[in-house]
Ligand binder design. Sequence first.
Ligand code: PLP
Ligand code: COI
Length: 354
Amino acid sequence: MEIKVTRTDSPKALPADSSTLGFGKIFTDHMFMMDYTEGKGWHDARIVPYGNISVSPASTAFHYGVEIFEGMKAYRKADGSVQLFRPIENARRMNRSADRMCLPQFPEEDFIEAVKTLVRLDEVWVPSDPDTSLYIRPFMFGNDETLGVHAPKNVVFMIILSPVGSYYKEGLNPVKIMIESEDVRAVRGGTGEAKCGGNYAASNRAGDRAEKKGYSQVLWLDGVERKYIEEVGAMNVMFKISGTVVTPALSGSILPGITRKSIIELLKKEGYPVEERRISVEELAKAMAEGTLEEAWGCGTAAVVSPIGELNYEDHVYVVNEGKIGTLTQHLYDTLTGIQWGKTEDPFGWTVQL
Ligand code: PLP
Ligand code: COI
């Protein structure tokens, strides 16, 4: 893949204070773009100054939500170098999402080359303060100029970059989560395991309701029986019940998180009991009532490992671990962030130098 680079002639000022970064509010100087045309394949790989793009108002992305995305990060190490975390997993997951949404496959090696080339060009934007990183958002959308509903023949793939701090304003302090019993996020056979924009659009109503009641995000139940725990809005979820880590099995309606996969591999390496299985909300409520729910946390690229301090189910409030971060949650946070920021050795070979 040959990437044509057009540098900006007016670089923006870097953020003065990394404590105000938040999540996804500012963007770097450049972005990657590439087009796909049926019969021609992927072509015109280019890096251009970050800015608005011109898209037809008839584009299928607007009308039918033909869109998928990924989320990954670049981390600044203490020696000043920059590394990525399991980028091949993002490339593979994007292709699985593409398959579900009838979008074209994007070669994995080109995905990684595009990410690396863009991050190298905007490397000064990778922040160095503790817990900050450069969030990488690859995305792909159908761009046919027609109102007919069909698999797209014209597609755009892009990557944008955003220096970020904590996803939640709470940082590593425990978050409050509302178990949602009205709306559902996904059903098996639907698009739940794909990372497509529509999943998130449909989750906003419940998210807003939870926020109004003082909760950070919702915990989704399965869409058929509304009985089994699935995942949180932007994270997978794990519970420590009587010494065993339990997380919902990938059922077809849950996003197969890379952080989830990494934590399971880490726990198994450490000899910790882990179960991937169905967990009913009754089982969870019973564990909460009996005090056997020792810890709960969410995990994802944006939020890393986020302790859950309170769960609300049908207006019953359950406080987890006295609202404090648990020992295992802290250990997982330290181990994972240690590998991601290059503070500790990476025995798994997960990190990729820029
Ligand atoms: N579940 C949802 C709905 C998400 O949006 C995310 C974030 O990407 C995750 C889980 C966690 O996935 P990952 O660890 O790959 O970031
Ligand atoms: C991520 O963790 O990368 C995500 O995609 C979450 C996002 C929806 C904010």
